[in-house]
Design a protein around this ligand. Structure first.
Ligand code: 13P
Length: 247
């Protein structure tokens, strides 16, 4: 069975002191949600220290990176590689819409990052999502996902996590329509098979998360802003953990 997952993407926020306070509060707050995997993705510079804080108490909260380079080493000033991340974490976000938009990451680059992550025994959290709703959105998003998986083998799909993040819902006032998202996710499920968790991301908060995770198609959520407030993130984790325990 797929485990429910809640990922917190802290993006480029917080000083070290903030990161440590937040990580400690989240670690303590999710301690009893043992059916859930909570993954915390701080800015890369704080990753080892956050990893140290959260790995102390339990095994269902894990650190993750927000990005990797697709090569394992070389003259690439400022970059970090998958084997480097593997020394401190087991997950990495790839293909986030902000990387596509501000760092010109193409499908080809992202597919190489997916393969680099899998080669280094990291689980890539692969983000896909359309810019705006259109009649052929589900088709387009599933085609993008297929193209992102071209460099890995089918038997490696069990290592990946997919995050469906419609771009218009990221950092927005409202999330996307949950029923519509469940339909797109059904299409993505046809691409990856039954072992890979598929999450929804985009303007998730404690008040709207249930509308998403009550749907069997949606295995969890990828959270941006609400992951920077410990009490909100913990509430989201509680709702996902409790609901997914029942079904
Ligand atoms: P928000 O939850 O702030 O909309 O961000 C979503 C996101 O980009 C998570 O990766």
């Amino acid at each position: 069975m797929r485990r429910p997952i809640v990922v917190g993407n802290w993006k480029m926020y917080g000083a070290l002191s903030d990161a440590l306070v937040l990580a400690t509060a989240i670690r303590n707050g999710v301690e009893n949600f043992s059916n859930l995997e909570a993954i915390i993705c701080p800015p890369a510079i704080w990753l080892p220290e956050v990893a140290e804080v959260i790995s102390k108490k339990n095994d269902h909260i894990s650190p993750g990176a927000q990005n990797i380079h697709y090569l394992s080493e070389g003259e690439y000033t400022g970059e970090i590689s998958a084997p480097m991340v593997k020394d401190v974490a087991n997950y990495v976000i790839v293909g986030h819409s902000e990387r596509r938009k501000y760092f010109s990451e193409t499908t080809e680059i992202i597919s190489r990052k997916v393969a680099a992550a899998v080669d280094a025994d990291l689980s890539p959290i692969i983000c896909v999502g359309e810019e705006k709703v259109a009649a052929d959105s589900a088709e387009k998003v599933s085609r993008d996902l297929k193209n992102l998986l071209v460099d890995i083998k089918k038997n490696e799909y069990k290592k990946i996590i997919v995050a469906y993040e419609p771009v218009y819902a990221v950092g927005a006032a409202e999330p996307a329509n949950p029923e519509y998202c469940a339909k797109v996710i059904q299409k993505l499920r046809e691409v990856v098979g039954y072992e890979s968790p598929i999450l929804y991301g985009g303007s998730i908060n404690p008040g709207n998360v249930f509308e998403f995770v009550k749907r069997p198609e949606i295995d969890g959520v990828l959270v941006g802003r609400a992951s920077l407030k410990a009490s909100d993130f913990i509430k989201i984790c509680r709702i996902v953990s409790e609901y997914k325990k029942i079904i």
